[in-house]
Design a protein around this ligand. Structure first.
Ligand SMILES: [Zn+2]
Length: 126
């Protein structure tokens, strides 16, 4: 609220105005202080801080994506698949099966990671 005498902003936890010492009629003890921290976007009753540079907005989604790693991760099983097909077309059955097995395991691990990511996201949100 605002001081009735000088108009400066007063917190309900302040018994007197810090500028002119007028008593605060809204004074309440044991009001919990506003909670700050990562993942807490500041006191929403006062303002909403939307700056991505604010220390209160440490959000994993604001961090840069590891794009080259993601691209390699996505094409790696495809490389194995192509190498396997190429080997089989040259009648190199052992090498072809090995490449295809590696590509399959690699793809399966990615599917598992995506499933775990979705499951844990749902568990953490709810
Ligand atoms: Zn005042």
């Amino acid at each position: 609220m605002y001081c009735s005498n000088c108009g400066s902003i007063m917190d309900d936890r302040q018994a007197f105005c810090p500028f002119c010492s007028t008593p605060n009629p809204n004074y309440r003890q044991n009001v919990p202080p506003p909670q700050y921290g990562p993942y807490n976007y500041g006191p929403p009753q006062f303002y909403r801080d939307v700056s991505p540079y604010s220390p209160y907005n440490v959000n994993p989604e604001n961090e840069p994506a590891e794009t080259p790693l993601l691209v390699f991760s996505a094409i790696e099983p495809i490389i194995g698949l192509i190498a396997g097909i190429a080997s089989l077309s040259r009648h190199e059955k052992r090498a072809g099966r090995a490449y295809l097995l590696a590509a399959g395991i690699s793809f399966g691990v990615r599917v598992l990671i995506v499933i775990m990511y979705v499951v844990f996201s749902v568990l953490l949100i709810s």
